[in-house]
Design a protein around this ligand. Structure first.
Ligand SMILES: *Cc1c(COP(=O)(O)O)cnc(C)c1O
Ligand SMILES: [Zn+2]
Length: 404
């Protein structure tokens, strides 16, 4: 196993602490000797989990694990009917240990930090990365430092980072500022950087792709729809599918369909230009705080994934996100944070435009749990109705709001 630059193909040993190519600054990818890996459907009999796929993960030691992955894949017929599609599934990543898919990356990333002998791990975060980093660092017995954009992170996520013992700093700036600073901090202090620029982290996240195929009975869906922020996850899932194709477990890679918010959509704009590079946005804004990112670091990998799989990138408004969040919650009983609902909103929009066909088999990835962002819920649903502790008063209120 080694690291390879996706641009100039320079190679680096997997024991080197390096995040981008020293020659050209390009992103790195983990390359395996696939001829030495024996993988077949017959060998994959255990229930889904990240470490079920250990033969395709870059860790040699006992992993730091709190049982991540193995999230449910729900068939969603009521929502499918509303959207006008025959076969719709939701892969609910909000049911990971800390409530987001970031756990898949962190179980691998923090295990790698131990392999490399690192004593402190660090990240910049819109919230979920910090929650996940904090819990895996705690489990591993090492220190965690997180830089958050001040006042821009959902309460549930801050609570997790604090309780699990990370050193939490709120930066007066946005996510992109925090990311620039944490990179410098890691270089100077020899902290191990666990943002999605770290190629080992993405290896853990590619297991979302493995699990979708596994849970569909070793069949491939036509399309995957997911929210895109720093663009690591779409790149990782694409890699998972590519590996399964290499092992002939699937024939085709599903169309990778990335959804961004209107106020933070540099990848959508690049896609519309047919470009492979983005133009960063200075002041990204959206209710979906997890994807409020103007300069996505993994954009080259993500755009490659979209073009190569004949996918698409689309943007949705905050109102469309909120409507989708409510539909998913009320038709299917799946509670997600706003960023996750962008996938449903994007599917709806692309279906209305006729870009996605009615007979496609579609999987939406919902990335984080509803309870991550309770303040958003109160602001879009309203606070509970206050009423006297009296049966007549209760009946009066209900007669106004419930139809019999
Ligand atoms: C991190 C995150 C995203 C964005 O994932 P990227 O890999 O940065 O594109 C989307 N939704 C949620 C809930 C997240 O935590
Ligand atoms: Zn290079």
């Amino acid at each position: 196993m080694f690291l390879e630059c996706i641009e100039c193909k320079a190679e680096y040993p997997d024991t080197e602490i390096i995040y981008t190519c020293k020659r050209c600054g390009g992103l790195l990818d983990v390359i395996y000797d696939y001829s030495k890996i024996d993988l077949s459907v017959q060998k994959l009999k255990q229930p889904p989990s990240v470490w079920k796929y250990a033969s395709l993960l870059p860790i040699k030691r006992e992993p730091v694990s709190i049982k991540e992955g193995g999230t449910p894949l729900y068939r969603c017929d009521r929502l499918a009917k509303q959207i006008g599609i025959h076969e719709l599934y939701v892969k609910h990543e909000g049911l990971n240990p800390t409530g987001s898919f970031k756990d898949r990356g962190m179980t691998v990333g923090v295990s790698k930090a131990l392999e490399l002998g690192m004593k402190t791990v660090a990240c910049a975060s819109t919230g979920n990365t910090s929650a996940s980093l904090a819990i895996y660092a705690a489990k591993a017995g090492i220190s965690a430092v997180v830089l958050l954009p001040e006042g821009k992170v959902a309460m549930g996520k801050v609570a997790q980072a604090l309780m699990h013992g990370a050193k939490v700093l709120a930066i007066r700036g946005n996510f992109d500022d925090a990311f620039r600073l944490v990179r410098e901090l890691c270089d100077r202090e020899e902290f191990y950087l666990l943002n999605s620029i770290n190629p080992f982290r993405l290896e853990g996240q590619k297991t979302i792709g493995f699990e979708i195929i596994d849970q569909l009975g070793w069949e491939s869906p036509d399309r995957i729809v997911l929210p895109v922020g720093n663009a690591g996850n779409i790149s990782a899932i694409y890699k998972g599918f590519s590996e399964f194709k290499r092992f002939a477990i699937i024939e085709e890679i599903p169309k990778m369909t990335g959804i961004q918010a209107e106020g933070a959509c540099p990848i959508v704009n690049a896609f519309r230009r047919g470009a492979r590079e983005i133009i960063p946005e200075k002041n990204p804004e959206t209710i979906a705080s997890a994807i409020r990112i103007g300069d996505p670091v993994n954009a080259p990998k993500a755009l490659h994934a979209i073009y190569d799989s004949e996918g698409i990138a689309e943007k949705v408004s905050d109102d469309e996100i909120i409507d989708a969040q409510k539909s998913l919650a009320r038709l299917e009983g799946i509670g997600v944070e706003p960023a996750s609902a962008a996938s449903i909103a994007g599917l709806q929009k692309l279906r209305e435009q006729g870009v996605i066909e009615q007979d496609e088999r579609v999987v939406c990835v919902t990335t984080g749990h509803l309870l991550k962002d309770p303040e958003e819920v109160i602001s879009v649903c309203g606070a509970p109705i206050e009423v006297e502790a009296d049966i007549e008063a209760i009946k009066r209120v209900l007669s106004k709001s419930i139809s019999k």
